[in-house]
Design a protein around this ligand. Structure first.
Ligand code: HEC
Length: 162
C-alpha cells in the first residue's frame, strides 16, 4: 500500500466517524460547557441552546394546549419540504432528526433558523457547528412566517408537548 492510499483510507475513516446525531452533539456541547475556560464562556453560553438565533423572531407566544389547526397545516409542509432531509425520530438523515429539537433550541431560534437559514448558517455558532457535523448546508426553504409557525407547532407535537 503506498502512502497516498493510506492517507485516503485515513480520511475515509475520519468521515465515517463523524456523526450528525443530535445526542452526540449535545454530549459534546455539555462537555465543552464544563471544560470551558473563562474566555470561552460566551461560546459555551451560546451552545447551551438558550440563544434565540439571528432574525426577526424575538418573542414567540406559544399556545397551550397545542394549536391543532396549525399542526394540521404543518404536517403536509413537513412531508413536502423537509422530510427528504429530516426524520421525526432522533435519527439523522441529511440533517438532524427532529426528536427533541424543541428542547435543545428555543422557539425563536427554530423560527429564525428556518426563515433566515443563510444568515444563521453564516453567523450563528450553533447552526455553524451543526453544519460542520452534517457536512451539508441546509438550503433556504422560502417559508412564510405562518408556515414556519405551523412547522414549529408540528415539532412541538412531535416532542410530546402540550
Ligand atoms: C437538503 C436537505 C434539507 C432540507 C430539505 C431541510 N433541511 Fe433542515 N437541516 C438540514 C441540515 C444539513 C441541517 C444541519 C445544519 C446544516 O448543516 O446546514 C438542518 C438543520 C435543521 C434544523 C435544526 C435542527 C437542530 O437539531 O437544531 C431545523 C429546525 C431544520 N433543519 C428545519 C427544517 C425545516 C422546517 C425544513 C423544511 C421546511 C428543512 N429543515 C428542510 C438539511 C435540510
Amino acid at each position: 500500500m503506498n502512502r497516498l492510499t493510506l492517507i485516503a483510507i485515513a480520511v475515509l475513516i475520519n468521515i465515517l466517524a463523524i456523526s450528525c446525531s443530535s445526542n452526540q452533539q449535545k454530549d459534546a456541547e455539555n462537555k465543552q460547557d464544563t471544560a470551558a475556560p473563562p474566555n470561552l464562556m460566551k461560546e459555551a453560553e451560546l451552545l447551551k441552546g438558550d440563544n434565540n438565533g439571528i432574525g426577526k423572531f424575538k418573542d414567540i407566544q406559544l399556545t397551550h394546549p397545542l394549536d391543532q389547526a396549525m399542526i394540521a397545516k404543518g404536517q403536509p409542509i413537513f412531508d413536502s419540504k423537509c422530510s427528504a432531509c429530516h426524520k421525526t425520530t432522533d435519527e439523522k438523515l441529511v440533517g438532524p432528526g427532529w426528536k427533541g429539537v424543541t428542547d435543545r433550541r428555543t422557539p425563536e431560534w427554530i423560527m429564525n433558523f428556518i426563515t433566515n437559514t443563510d444568515v444563521m448558517l453564516d453567523s450563528d455558532l450553533v447552526a455553524q457547528k451543526m453544519m460542520v457535523t452534517c457536512m451539508v448546508r441546509m438550503p433556504k426553504q422560502g417559508l412564510t412566517d405562518d408556515e414556519a409557525r405551523q412547522l414549529l407547532e408540528f415539532m412541538r407535537k412531535n416532542d410530546g408537548k402540550n
